[in-house]
Design a protein around this ligand. Structure first.
Ligand code: SF4
Ligand code: SF4
Ligand code: SF4
Length: 352
């Protein structure tokens, strides 16, 4: 039976986002908690191409009716992804992060949280940090943007939201799991904005609620006011925007432990201090989720730690902080869409 989970782990590791193995085997423990052996067997048979149950049944040599029920139930449990297209239900593999883990936002227990927190730093170091294309990127909050900046529409959260025809807001699993074990912060609890086919999946599986773009803009505004970092999917047409805090967000929390987090983030900006205006008041220090600012006679930004979120700019009452665009050669141009993002990641990880 253990072989099934090892095979599933290998299968998940071969998907673009990866599921790197550990020496401790904690990742197998996680899979054993989430999948029955039969579900694991079926998950191994799915790829990143969405297919009808009939095609999958043929390939797996299974009865189509039984398999359809299994796929539907696995989709509800957040073990695979499904979408409705051309009048039929289609099923495909879900990646571990971002994917299976996030789909368990309503189904957490303390043991699972403990295992996940043991595994995530390994996942970050062995997958996320090593690949050039990250699953998420960081964009500056709107109040830190000025007319002089050469900002692209895909770098403006409001623009991204206004282009969507379907938006779902979901509870933030990072804050929820931290709260469950007594470590959560009090920041916005509904903080994941999901678009397109992901939004339909979230709505169908009761993982979030459908909202208008006006409400999404309100949530975005609350997030920015509350000091949350904007992390959209790493595509020009992103499938989500996450509003993240440095204390609970599994991505930011792990990036913060690095010497130079800026090198592990796709961002086009960094903060700069105008020493003449700086009063050394320190308001910006706490606002920075990456511990990038120190204050002596004035504030100093460590650009190797700055992820270009812009939060410090609005914390400064003395107009001493501003966002600077990176040089042309260092600018990050996100792939056109999410499919291309994952194609890039798969290539960078040597999986295709
Ligand atoms: S990535 Fe950000 S918004 Fe998404 S679940 Fe984690 S902290 Fe919450
Ligand atoms: S210094 Fe900190 S708060 Fe300011 S932009 Fe950089 S990471 Fe964000
Ligand atoms: S908030 Fe502004 S004035 Fe105060 S220390 Fe930071 S940069 Fe200087």
């Amino acid at each position: 039976m253990d072989d099934i989970y090892k095979n599933l782990a290998k299968h998940l590791d071969n998907l673009p986002a990866g599921f790197p193995p550990t020496d401790s085997g904690v990742e197998l423990r996680i899979l054993t908690r989430l999948f029955t052996p039969q579900e694991a067997e079926i998950a191994i048979g799915l790829s990143m191409m969405a297919e009808p149950a009939s095609d999958i049944a043929k390939r797996l040599n299974m009865n189509e009716t039984i398999l359809s029920e299994m796929l539907e139930s696995m989709s509800k449990k957040g073990l695979i992804f499904s979408r409705h297209k051309g009048g039929q239900d289609l099923y495909m593999a879900a990646q571990f992060v971002i994917g299976i883990w996030e789909y368990h936002v309503n189904d957490l227990d303390e043991e699972l949280i403990k295992d996940f927190n043991e595994y995530l730093p390994h996942f970050m170091n062995e997958a996320w940090v090593k690949q050039k294309t990250k699953q998420l990127r960081v964009i500056p909050i709107s109040k830190s943007i000025t007319a002089e900046m050469n900002i692209m529409p895909y770098e403006q959260a409001e623009e991204i939201i206004n282009r969507q025809s379907k938006i779902v807001v979901a509870p933030c699993i990072c804050r929820k799991e931290h709260t469950r074990v007594g470590e959560g912060c009090s920041k916005l609890s509904e903080a994941c904005l999901i678009f397109g086919s992901g939004a339909y999946y979230y709505e169908k599986n009761k993982l979030g609620r459908s909202i208008s773009s006006d409400e999404a803009l309100e949530i975005l505004n609350k997030g920015q006011e509350g000091g949350l970092v904007l992390q959209p999917g790493n595509a020009q047409k992103p499938s989500n925007i996450c509003l993240c805090c440095g204390c609970c967000c599994q991505i930011l929390k792990n990036l913060k432990t690095l010497e130079e987090p800026a090198k592990a983030v796709c961002t086009n900006y960094y903060a700069s201090v105008n020493g003449e205006n700086c009063t050394a008041c320190e308001s910006c220090v706490e606002r920075c989720q990456m511990d990038a600012i120190t204050v002596e006679d004035m504030a100093y930004v460590n650009v190797d730690r700055c992820i270009g979120c812009g939060l410090c700019v609005v914390a400064c009452d003395f107009e001493a902080l501003s966002m600077i665009e990176k040089d042309e050669a260092d600018r990050w141009i996100p792939p056109a869409n999410t499919f291309k993002t994952y194609l890039n990641i798969a290539r960078e990880r040597g999986k295709i």
